[in-house]
Design a protein. Structure first.
Length: 106
């Protein structure tokens, strides 16, 4: 009787965790297959995976936040006539880091 009571409170097993792990493994293998076999190291695959799954989305958010900062600072800088400097600092630099650099170049 005690075993049935414990069974009632057991967490149901879902395949979500297994699906995430399988997806990450597949993604890493796809990255490894995209480069020449002689040039692939475990470190490169790790860098590319971390870059694609963590850094790129964070930097995409940084572009949006930088656009907000640029909108706030633009009226303050407008009297000087030079909007290019705050645009480069708040918008273009995060955009360039997020979207224009090679994958895995951390």
């Amino acid at each position: 009787m005690r075993a049935s009571r414990n069974h009632r409170f057991a967490k149901p097993r879902s395949g979500l965790g297994r699906a995430v792990v399988a997806g990450l493994c597949g993604f890493s293998l796809a990255l490894a297959a995209a480069t020449p076999a002689a040039a692939v190291t475990v470190e490169e695959v790790g860098h590319k995976t971390f870059d694609a799954l963590v850094l790129r989305p964070l930097n995409a958010m940084a572009v949006v936040v930088g656009l907000g900062f640029f909108a706030i600072t633009a009226p303050l800088v407008l009297p000087t006539g030079d909007l290019s400097t705050p645009f480069e600092v708040f918008v273009y630099a995060p955009y360039e880091y997020a979207f224009e650099r090679p994958l895995g170049d951390i």
